[in-house]
Ligand binder design. Structure first.
Ligand code: TYD
Length: 217
């Protein structure tokens, strides 16, 4: 069986990535593509428990290195239990955040050395690299305003300063610039349907073979 494809969506809090991943998943499913939708931190029973520790405002004393290790631990569980088996079964894995979230938030945001983060994450990913990473480019200020307007309370990371979120947003652009072939940076400061068109085009680029095989069936 053909190995599946691994597509990740990244962006600052409030950039609309969860909505975009949902729209992409629905569109692919309607075309008969076997899609597995998952997220980080989480996606497994253990990972969801780690997520609670990470996002709870009660963990306000968590030190940056412990934070980085917990994200990596959740990732190790997720890769082993969910992502690798799904790819081996030929599924298209759509993942809300992956390693680049650690590089952007713990690296560019908290100031932990990027090389150290890559080393910490090696045992977690085992070298697994997404086929495509979509970065939604969105102003940090607007992202936080959007969450504010939604009425839900801010989690521990969202409570960070606007300057922190702006550093994360800039960090994503640096990461995408390191390896442009593997990333698609999309301006998310537009109506969701327009953003979706670009997300779809980017995904079609890596799913070409699968979509063609599918329509010919
Ligand atoms: P997310 O699920 O996008 O939050 P929400 O469901 O509230 O939109 O992500 C949770 C938070 O964790 C988000 O602020 C980004 C942060 N994060 C990191 O700091 N490092 C990581 O490695 C990951 C995966 C997420």
């Amino acid at each position: 069986m053909m190995r599946g494809k691994f597509i990740v969506i990244e962006g600052i809090d409030g950039s609309g990535k969860t909505t975009q991943l949902q729209l992409l998943g629905d569109k692919l499913k309607a075309r008969g593509v076997p899609v597995l939708h998952t997220r980080e931190p989480g996606g497994t029973r253990v990972g969801e428990t780690i997520r609670e520790i990470l996002l709870s405002p009660a963990s306000s004393d968590l030190v940056p290195r412990a934070e980085a290790l917990l994200y990596a631990a959740a990732r190790a569980q997720h890769v082993a239990q969910v992502i690798r088996p799904a790819l081996a079964a030929g599924q298209i894995v759509l993942c809300d955040r992956f390693l680049d979230s650690s590089l952007a938030y713990q690296g560019f945001g908290r100031g932990i050395d990027i090389n150290l983060l890559e080393r910490i994450n090696e045992p977690a990913t085992g070298g697994l690299v997404p086929d495509l990473t979509i970065v939604l480019k969105f102003c940090a200020e607007d992202g936080l305003d959007r969450i504010n307007k939604s009425g839900r309370s801010f989690d521990r990371i969202e409570r960070e300063t606007r300057a922190f979120h702006a550093k994360v947003g800039d960090g994503y652009l640096v990461l995408a610039g390191r390896d442009p072939g593997r990333y698609s940076v999309i301006d998310a400061n537009r109506p969701a349907e327009q953003v979706h068109q670009d997300v779809m085009t980017a995904a079609e680029g890596v799913l070409n073979e699968i979509l063609t095989a599918d329509s010919g069936a």
